[in-house]
Design a protein around this ligand. Structure first.
Ligand SMILES: Cc1cc2nc3c(=O)[nH]c(=O)nc-3n(C[C@H](O)[C@H](O)[C@H](O)COP(=O)(O)OP(=O)(O)OC[C@H]3O[C@@H](n4cnc5c(N)ncnc54)[C@H](O)[C@@H]3O)c2cc1C
Length: 488
């Protein structure tokens, strides 16, 4: 069986190579440029220009590639706006301190991460703000002990290899299957952490991943929560980083490096693998249908979108897995204000504010200490639980009323100081890491139909963060290079 598969693989790669040579030899004076484009056979088409697609494209930039992005701008869930000389994030805001491959990547594309000035964390609870070194002031002594115990427990679990298995050693995921069947909410209750600490973690998870404790696997929560829980004693140290123009600097820098090799406003409608083993990608550009062929295609769209677009080329098992990956919804609102009202912390977690989960002093890395003038403050709003699909159906006014209720409570008169706003809705905000998720990752990781000509990337393949998306893009690009080498 294995020999048959290998023979088939060698034949299809050889066939693709021959076809490519013929196509490359098509005279340049074909009737029409468009037809020429359709005859050309690229090394790779990359579908989707978020962090995973951009990383893939950067890694493959010396090859004959084309990245297709449906929106007018690259970046996916990382988008940026500007107002009054400030930039502001509409989605992705920060990363942890870049290390290893990520640090090298940023150096190569010519950007340097800068720490967000501390203190970064704060808490809003029952109408009072707890900022900087007082960030845990909302907990009584017993609750604080519970909080510290939780952090110790999560750190211990993380060091037992969880983070490495999720990010780096996916072949080891099977070892953690038992931990991945555990529901975080039930685990915290069983372990006896205080109700307020459990509520805080729920709000953090909804803020970070649009997912409540009850729909979250303990296993997948460990790396983020072990890193994310703030402490009074580290209030003066920044653990969060961004760039000169926020995270959008990464998008800008990579876009420069792949200049001429991407198209925006190009919405892919269908990907098939033809009888010659080539990927045939159809897309709409300015209302016109276009087609491009390539030796490989890397799908860098959310799992469910990928499943809809990919008509052929993957196993039924991979298709089922992709279709079964759920996404939570999310909304961000940036408010442009007459005065700066939040100054003593960068991110404030709102423990008892319903859909309002985090407030950000967006301009903090862009101004001197003590700046008081015009400002931008953003509010991140999450569904009550991961499967709350009605969340995005709220009107702008309903979302604004919700946000104002919280702001007016903590900053009296806030609404009257607002000069404008920008609302962003995310339909595919975060893959839901519910119990058993590692099995889905493993089944994609081990699926032979995803080793060419079709490859997958996206945060859902690793973890719902920038580094997760970048690692997946890097891996997909390596797979493409291996596949292309195989035909020589
Ligand atoms: C509000 C919010 C805040 C976040 N904050 C952080 C943070 O601070 N730090 C962090 O590490 N992570 C954060 N994340 C998570 C992080 O943004 C994601 O994990 C990461 O950006 C995912 O990248 P991706 O390439 O996998 O997907 P995406 O960014 O979703 O990229 C997919 C791309 O495919 C495109 N596409 C879709 N359909 C088609 C089609 N038919 N044809 C062509 N293109 C198509 C989309 O337009 C999109 O550009 C945040 C997410 C959200 C929603």
């Amino acid at each position: 069986m294995r020999i048959v598969r290998q023979t088939w693989l060698v034949l299809s790669v050889l066939m693709a190579f021959v076809v490519r040579q013929i196509a490359v030899a098509v005279p340049a004076n074909t009737k029409d440029g468009r037809q020429k484009e359709e005859e050309r056979i690229l090394d790779a088409v990359i579908v989707g220009g978020g962090f995973s697609g951009l990383t893939t494209a950067y890694k493959l930039r010396k090859k004959d590639i084309l990245l297709l992005e449906k929106e007018a701008t690259l970046g996916g869930r990382c988008q940026s706006g500007s107002w009054n000389g400030f930039h502001y994030p509409k989605g992705t805001e920060y990363i942890g301190k870049p290390e290893g491959g990520m640090k090298r990547f940023f150096r190569r594309v010519g950007i340097k991460a800068i720490p967000v000035p501390p203190p970064t964390d704060g808490t809003a609870y029952q109408g009072k703000l707890y900022l900087g070194a007082d960030m845990l002031g909302y907990l009584n002594e017993e609750e604080k002990r519970s909080y510290y115990r939780l952090n110790r427990d999560l750190t211990r679990l993380n060091k037992s290899g969880v983070e490495d298995a999720i990010f780096w050693d996916q072949e080891d995921l099977a070892e953690y299957e038992a931990m991945d069947t555990v529901n975080l909410g039930q685990w915290m209750e069983r372990e006896g952490y205080s109700p307020l600490v459990r509520k805080y973690v729920d709000v953090e998870n909804r803020g970070l991943f649009g997912t409540d404790n009850a729909n979250y696997s303990l296993f997948y929560n460990v790396p983020e929560m072990a890193f994310n829980m703030p402490f009074e004693k580290t209030a003066g140290i920044s653990e969060v980083y961004s760039f000169e123009h926020g995270m959008y600097s990464v998008v800008e820098a990579v876009a420069q490096k792949i200049e001429g090799k991407y198209k925006t406003g190009a919405s892919v409608t269908e990907v098939k693998v033809n009888s010659e083993g080539l990927a045939v990608v159809r897309y709409l550009e300015n209302g016109k249908e276009r087609k491009v062929k390539a030796l490989t295609v890397v799908m860098c769209t959310p799992a469910q979108v990928t499943e809809k677009i990919l008509k052929e080329g993957i196993s039924p098992n991979a298709r089922r897995t992709l279709a079964g990956m759920d996404y939570s919804k999310y909304v961000t609102i940036n408010f442009f204000t007459k005065n700066r009202r939040l100054e003593k912390a960068w991110a404030v977690s709102c423990v008892d504010e319903g859909q309002v989960v985090t407030i950000y002093d967006v301009i903090r890395p862009q101004v001197e200490d003590g700046y008081q003038g015009k400002s931008i403050v953003s509010v991140y709003m999450a569904p009550e639980h991961a499967y709350d699909t009605a969340f995005l159906q709220q009107t702008d006014q309903q979302l604004l009323d919700n946000a104002y209720r919280t702001f007016n409570r903590y900053f009296p008169g806030f609404e009257s100081e607002v000069l404008g706003h920008d609302i962003t809705r995310f339909d595919y905000a975060f893959p839901v890491f519910n119990p058993g998720y590692s099995q889905k990752v493993r089944s994609l990781y081990n699926d032979p139909s995803l080793r060419g000509p079709v490859f997958l990337a996206g945060d859902f393949m690793v973890y719902a963060t920038v580094d997760g998306a970048m690692i997946s893009g890097n891996r997909a690009a390596k797979g493409v290079l291996r596949y292309l080498r195989g035909k020589k």
